[in-house]
Structure formats: structure tokens, C-alpha cells
Ligand binder design. Structure first.
Ligand SMILES: [Zn+2]
Length: 174
């Protein structure tokens, strides 16, 4: 049964210590804010203002109801913990508008399709020659293209034990 009209994309705020996890969550479609300039308490209050679930390793926050406290150090275990603590996450994230590979992993901005011709001088020639679809991040200027990194990312997630059947890769809309 398709549910995408009734559920909201899941939104997180990650502690600044969780950089690798933050990038993985964004890659699979989650809206994750994280600010290297602000500490745990500040990110928590921002998360609460914006209705986000906070992800942290700060033990003082482990009993808060709107916090996912992580016991693990490694990113694979941390991803697994997020999925366990928030079992709807994969469905929510992947069935709503947020799709895997449509968000900048560096700054969380949704990506925008960009005409290949506009990029001739901005990407390496072999990339330009071998890829059709490009998108760019209006937040930080990073350029993305369809590449084997998608397949590798899916493989890694499967190794971690994430049910990748649920992950739907999106086409970036302009
Ligand atoms: Zn960006």
C-alpha cells in the first residue's frame, strides 16, 4: 500500500561529532542539519524549534524522547541504530518527496538538475564525456553526476544490513 501522501519526510539534527553519519543519512534522502560551529545543547534547541529529531552521542541526552542517542562509534552501527530507533525512517524518507541521491551530502540542500552543456568547463573532461545527467547544489556549488558511487553506496548499505529494497533513487527535478 502506498502511503506517501500521508507521511512527512523525517527530519533530523545531528551532533557535530557525527559527520560521517550525517553524510550517509543525507545520501539516502534524509533532511539532516548539522553545524560544526554549534555544540550539542544548541543543536538540540534548534532541533526542537524546527520539529527535528536530534541524533547525538551525548549521554546527558539519552533519555529525552525526541533524541536518538547512539551507543556506537562506527558509522555502520550508527546507521543501524538510527533505523532501529526510528523504524519508520526508511519508509518515511524514501516514500515521501525526499529520495536517495537528491540532496547535497555536504550541506543538506536539495539538488537541482542542470543542463550538461552549462558544465563543460566545470567538470573534468572524462566526466563530461561519459555522463548525461548532472545536478548542482545551490548551497555550496558542488556538482553531482550519475556515477558508480550510487551502486557502491547501495552495496555498503546492504552490508550494513539496511533493507535497500525500500530505497528509491530519485530524479532531481529542476
Ligand atoms: Zn551543498
Amino acid at each position: 500500500m502506498e502511503k506517501h501522501t500521508t507521511i512527512q519526510p523525517v527530519r533530523f539534527a545531528a551532533d557535530r561529532m557525527l559527520g560521517r553519519l550525517t553524510r550517509w543519512l543525507r545520501m539516502i534522502g534524509a533532511d539532516v542539519i548539522s553545524d560544526p560551529a554549534i555544540d550539542g545543547a544548541a543543536i538540540l534547541s534548534r532541533a526542537r524549534r524546527e520539529g527535528r529529531i536530534t541524533i547525538t552521542r551525548d549521554k546527558r541526552l539519552r533519555t529525552a524522547s525526541d533524541v536518538i542517542w547512539l551507543a556506537s562509534n562506527g558509522v555502520a552501527e550508527q546507521l543501524r541504530e538510527v533505523f532501529e530507533r526510528h523504524p519508520q525512517f526508511s519508509q518515511i524518507s524514501m516514500d515521501a518527496n525526499d529520495r536517495a541521491f537528491t540532496r547535497c551530502v555536504g550541506c543538506n540542500t536539495p539538488l537541482r538538475s542542470i543542463a550538461r552543456e552549462a558544465l563543460a568547463s566545470r567538470v573534468p573532461p572524462f566526466v563530461y564525456a561519459s555522463h548525461r545527467n548532472f545536478s548542482c547544489c545551490d548551497g555550496c556549488g558542488k556538482i553531482y553526476w550519475d556515477a558508480t558511487h550510487r551502486a557502491r553506496a547501495i552495496e555498503t548499505l546492504e552490508r550494513i544490513g539496511v533493507d535497500t529494497q525500500r530505497i528509491r533513487t530519485g530524479h532531481v527535478s529542476a
